[in-house]
Design a protein around this ligand. Structure first.
Ligand SMILES: [Zn+2]
Length: 161
């Protein structure tokens, strides 16, 4: 069986950045299970997995445009500290959910001044070239229920939510 549209695929993976720093890995845990063709995973990785079989190993380098996007300086904004009323300690690196023109978005605190907070709406991995070391662990066809929902219901297709 080869990975195609609507395959439910389990992959073991290690994700590194340009410097070789490990950003994420399934090692020591469960493989990542996703629905192929549903944009569950970033396009650059999904495209590379099309047509692969169980046991295949691949090393995929994904440019930002096919990953979490280019870094957009316009998504960095300075807002009055009053917008964070009720938050006692605001620190660089904290994440908040913000209502924006594009819906609910996660923003990261980039700088803290006495009266102003700089927030960054870019994904933390925007602008980063990503390298995935991947092994295909299992492939099965999605169930009708999974296709109707547009997501995976666990390794065996049973409903868990
Ligand atoms: Zn569901």
């Amino acid at each position: 069986m080869q990975i195609a549209q609507n395959s439910v695929v389990a992959i073991a993976y290690t994700l590194t950045d340009e410097k070789g720093t490990v950003l994420d890995t399934s090692a020591g845990g469960e493989p990542l299970v996703y629905l192929h063709g549903a944009r569950d995973i970033i396009p650059g990785l999904e495209n590379a997995l099309t047509g692969k079989s169980i046991g295949d190993k691949l090393n995929v380098t994904v440019a930002p445009a096919d990953g979490y996007g280019e870094y957009d300086a316009q998504m960095v904004q300075t807002v009055p500290r009053q917008m964070f009323a009720g938050v006692d300690n605001i620190e660089v690196g904290m994440h908040f959910q913000a209502q924006t023109d594009h819906g609910i978005q996660v923003v990261t605190v980039a700088a803290v001044e006495p009266n102003e907070i700089t927030i960054d709406g870019n994904h933390p991995l925007a602008g980063v070239q990503l390298t995935f070391d991947v092994e295909v662990m299992s492939i099965r066809a999605a169930t009708e229920e999974e296709l109707a929902h547009g997501h995976v219901h666990g390794p065996d297709g049973h409903h868990h939510h």
